[in-house]
Design a protein around this ligand. Sequence first.
Ligand code: F6P
Length: 517
Amino acid sequence: MTQFDQLTTKRSGDVITSLLSDKDLIVASNRQPYAHTYEQTDGQRQIVVEEPAGGLTAGLDPVVQQTDGTWIAWGDGDADAAVTDEAGRVRVPPSDPGYTLQRLWLSDDEVDNYYYGYSNQVLWPLCHGFLANLRLIDQFWEQYCHVNTTFADAVADQAADDSLIWFQDYHLALAPRRVRSQVSENQFLMQFWHIPWPTWDTFRVCPHYDTLLNGLLANDLLGFHTERDCAQFLSCAAAGLDDATVDWPRSRIHYDGQWAVVRAFPMGVDASQITRLSGSPDARTFWQRFTNDHGIASDTAIVLGVDRLDYTKGIIKRLDALEYFWETHPEWREQMTYIQKASESRSKIPAYQAVQEEVTTAIERINRRFGTADWQPIIYTDDMLSRAAMAGLYHQSDVALVSSLRDGMNLVAKEYVAAQGDHPGVLMLSEFTGAHDQLGTHAVTINPYDTEGVVEMISTALTMPAAERRTRMRQLREHVESADLYAWMNTIFQTAQTLQDTEPTSLPDGTERLLSH
Ligand code: F6P
């Protein structure tokens, strides 16, 4: 049975199939689902394919295959151009082609200003509320507009009358408006915003707020992770656009002749795959090798952190709390090891370089301060791990420590839950993650800014009776399994279908007056 068969029969029923069977799905995202790169093997230069790593790309891949659709993304692999046709197209997956990946070529200047610039030094800090990291530079904005146009034109070129167009994330806020101007008015456009949406007081700091809202409101359906994000988006539209009419009860906005419906779709993970991998021989082999390599004794309690090296993840605050924990709880020295699995991210940006340096410095300091001949308090790895190895790491950890200062969702929390088995661990979860809205009741809630509070909770987690751990984890698993990645996609496609069937596209006479009172 293929992954898609499982998805359609077990997970999504007939919904995705029936919606998409007569449709052409076009996905547009900054990141591509497959990258071709050069690799040097035995003195020979070969092209290798990097498989989809993130949950979204891996999850969407079989759906796009089913529709034989098109995925439009930035071709950032160094061998990408060598395998595409003149139009930048390549059939993927390479092993069994099922759809077209349309790669867009971005110049260094475009990447610097659109990706490293506006996307990640304006929108990212703005939406996460890190205004001190905001860098408003004209060139960032110019190239963001330009690259959004490039994406939009590629989408419009590809679109047929029955296409369902799905934009992903904050890199492409302006593209929907341009696509809207080039396709028929019946075309259904939707977008999922994977990061938080800020309050109006924060959003208004951005001088381009109205253009961003104008771009996003060309979508028929706009998805966020949480109800809070939706409410904040509606407030921003109400305050930021004179011509927008917000229908609060139905969570939709009328603007420029159409409705944009705003809905929360909390994203999930491929729970069944993670659960299966967590018990696989590869997961066990990884853990044996890892504990051998790092001299971790079998009776040591393991606390785990898994993060991109991003200032929003609260890694430094977490390390501060761990340092204070070992200082105030000497009985846990040599008894508990913290593993930090990190991945380098957006390293051209000074704020990210600073995180990398601060994390390294803090870990060295803590290891020097508490380490003994037989025990290293913190083990740091930035190795690329296979999915099975990651599942093994989650499975073996007694506690997962998710301390984001702000996070749209945080899928690490859900992956950890999915990888638990017979001896479940404890999920410590920041109340400032989207995931906390769903998992907060059965996780151990932390406020990452409150160091002493986190220390107390680490102690609570490490000493929690097995029965309580099992009860909490059973509830967490029930949620993570039922609200998985496929349920997320299913709900989005189902909502799109319902809206296409029922939602009026224009504001009935007189409604505007009623709604604004
Ligand atoms: O959280 C938003 C997001 O775009 C994720 O979808 C993705 O995993 C992460 O940020 C990584 O970002 P980048 O594409 O910049 O490496």
